[in-house]
Design a binder for this molecule. Sequence first.
Ligand SMILES: [Zn+2]
Length: 433
Amino acid sequence: MIITGDWVVPVLGPPIRNGAVVVRAPVIEDVGPSEQMRERYPTLPVRAHPGCVIAPGLVNAHTHLALTSVARVVGRAPFPEWLGRVAAVMRALDEDDIAASATHGALMSVRAGVTTVGDIAYGPEVPAAAADMGLDGVFFFEVLGIRADELRRKLDELEYPADTEGCTHGRTVCGLSAHAPYSSGPDLIRAVYQTAQERGVPFVMHLSESDAESALLERGEGPFASLAARLAHGFSAPGCSAVEYVRRLGALRGTVAVHCVKVAETDIATLAYEAAGVVVCPRSNRILGNGAPPVREMRTRGVKLALGTDSLASNDDLDLFAELRELQRLDRTIETTRLLGIATIEGASVLGIEDRVGALTPGRCADVIAVHTGPTDDPVAALIERGSTGSVRTVVSAGVLRVVDGRPTVLARPIENASARVAEKAARALRES
Ligand SMILES: [Zn+2]
């Protein structure tokens, strides 16, 4: 098919007025001026989008799709308490519940124009559910609270692929996560990092998210002390920041660091030098009362940046456009082209999949969105200003239509109903806990 719009924003190249993207599933075949593309491919059907900007599908580099159903149940609370509630409800869910929850989250994501995620997964149901909705990317299988010598058993329990080949299925990569310094001990962090290196997959950690985490690492005290004593086997306060701690463990090189709110100048330099990049989740940080990441400092010091909504349990929605506007508020000097880059190609690069997604160029995966902006002379600014779940008209993922005229191509109601049942189960579990 040929997808046309008032503008095409390829990301790796200047915007094209009256542009078109030629899609032959699963990849992009051509990109250029609409008239020229129609002449070159006269037999292909045309989907026209007057008043729209055509862009690559967005990259939400940090989510927990499996938490979608339980979001409202968990509610809002100070971070350490909130974390305890999330753990309590998740213990009550089985594989089917997790699949239903992830399916709902994936549907919400795709409706908002997201076609790639960096997701924290709790088993193979999550990437499978996401793929059914047209959402792919890196799914980080997460461990916490176990001893390093229990890792193999735990990964088998999560049905984590046994070899490098199994870790990459089509467009899905199975990465690994050691949740955070307060929930995974030093030996476990090293062991998970090592396993990720052996499989050649990305490794992620939640790092420097809260004052509670800083107090634990720097002084061994605060609201996370008892949590760490229970979960982070072998942990003793290193007397430094979380970023420095993970660097000393030898687990920061090439690592995807999520949050990085409480980072000093030296941490920022370390992240720029060693990490794959930082995924900032500004709305989640604000909602959980953790403050704001130093976006401008990280940007100017050369840290590669990606953007994430985090889970629905700590955000209002899974709309990456709204997240982009929050990022813009945090750093007014950032250019709109860089902002869009962070939500597309740069996010993909942090996740290690920039050769496949994040831009509209021939050979890349045909992840294409049409967003209604109305007339504009600055399509990138218009996208950021007016993009939302409500303005996304078309979503194509791997060349397949997933949203048409603003509506998903699957029946949303049964998915929402199944998710609501999971929420009821989670609410019961929380009352009884
Ligand atoms: Zn997270």
